[in-house]
Design a protein around this ligand. Sequence first.
Ligand SMILES: C[S@@+](CC[C@H](N)C(=O)[O-])C[C@H]1O[C@@H](n2cnc3c(N)ncnc32)[C@H](O)[C@@H]1O
Length: 313
Amino acid sequence: MITTAAQLLFGLATYFPGFNKIRRKKTGGTDSARYCYSVWLRHLIMARKYGMQQVPSVVAELGPGDSLGIGLSALLSGAQKYYAFDVVNYADVQSNERILDELVKLFLKREPIPDHNEFPRLKPRLNNYDFPDDILTIESMAENLLQDRVEEIRKTIKNQGSKDKCIEYKTPWFDSSIIQRDDVDFIYSQAVLEHVDQMEGVYQSMNNWLKPGGYMSHQIDFKSHGLADQWYGHWQYEKWLWALIKGKRPYLLNRLPLSSHKKYLESNSFAVKHCAKHLEDAIAPREKLASDFQHLTDEDLVTSGAYILSSKY
Ligand SMILES: C[S@@+](CC[C@H](N)C(=O)[O-])C[C@H]1O[C@@H](n2cnc3c(N)ncnc32)[C@H](O)[C@@H]1O
């Protein structure tokens, strides 16, 4: 109850002019190079394990947050082009440059992947956190980390936007034609798809961007993110109350459960290659959920997160 009242007040406060100025300007996460390194290598390893044949050449990320560090890790692993799309321009040049320098050091040392001891809540979990020598060989990384190449990436950080640059960061983005059709080898996101509005259109965009046979790797958190006391508490708010809690924030939670993502994947020609679910002991009680959530499947009622790897057919 206290949480609901507090969230409602916060939502109403967003209608006051000037709210955006005092609003938190960080998302937490990608302001740490070790976090970015860990996230990228987890997505890369999972995708390789379940079918992707090589390090992707063109990558696209939804919601990079505080820095472009996950995509910079992709470039340092051999990708040639990185598209980043967010709704808020969180990632500034200074943070990106700092993260780039720290990432180069981690890759040069072939540092083991920071695991659950360092990032207890980070998923997907791996069986083995050694540096992936078989994917990022000493020879390939010697080329990827050549000083000239790193300097080229640094130059692009300072001057994004032009089509022939290796980084394109768009905020806000809403036009799917921002990327040419069938241009991307690998799309990924970390803790983002639970926030994205108009999810159906976004799945259609991802289908447009990805090459046939390309891979998508998404880690999604279905929990209430502190907006309610229980992990499923956001599914208890009726639509009108949820609209007030969201207020004028540029994004909050879309409240979609696992079954909705599965449906969108299927209707947009993505075959699921691997799905690792995070199951809760506390089952969401259907009878206490708001009317819009009565249709949730039995699987949704216990699934508080999922890592989903899929491929476009
Ligand atoms: C919880 S943060 C995660 C940031 C980062 N991926 C990480 O792992 O730390 C969620 C991010 O999703 C972004 N976001 C929300 N709606 C979006 C949309 N429609 N398209 C792209 N990004 C979006 C937010 O702006 C924010 O950067």
